[in-house]
Design a protein around this ligand. Sequence first.
Ligand code: ITT
Length: 198
Amino acid sequence: MRVFVATNNPGKLRELRAIFAGSGWDLESYLEYAEPDEGPISYGDNAALKARALRAQLEAAGIDGGVLGDDSGIEVTALAGRPGVLSARFGGAAASWEDRRMALLRELASEGSDDRSARFVCVLHFVDRAGREFSARGEIRGSLATTERGSAGFSFDPIFEYPPGARTFAEFSEEEKNAVSHRARAAQALLDAVRAAV
Ligand code: ITT
């Protein structure tokens, strides 16, 4: 099945392609995808917004296929779950991935808490060719490292230790991350839901 992914994040796209490999879903990007303005409300709303926006853009271009939106984030317990749904913009619109990681570690340090626990959350929203909609969520609990380590993955991966105190996601191979990640868990739940509905 041909499925277009509503993302401009190459790290997500690469992971989703690998996760869905062998599922019968053939994930493609749409270069002209214009992302909608995300809201601060929920991962589910944002994932749906992205998928529906891409669906409308594909329809306008006369292209047929399913669409998949991913909204995700990192939630730090000692920061009351921040940055959460605002993770992509944490530290300001112009910040680099490294700036964002450093800003998060600084914010946790200034909180003065010993609790370094954190989780990644992902919601995937799928709209099939007939317009039926499915949504699924995945999460993974770990902890924040004190300094970044590793060079794989993207964004917050170099400071996310899984399990707590062990390697960071940026020290995992892509296969290792995709075996346990929030995104992989959401994908499995989504495939189960879609297959159950057929
Ligand atoms: P699109 O909206 O174009 O898909 P985005 O990066 O803006 O890309 P989100 O709004 O969903 O996507 O923000 C998710 C952010 O959460 C992402 O930019 C990272 O900072 C963080 N994040 C999510 N999953 C992650 C992962 O697996 N590894 C590292 N950081 C992750």
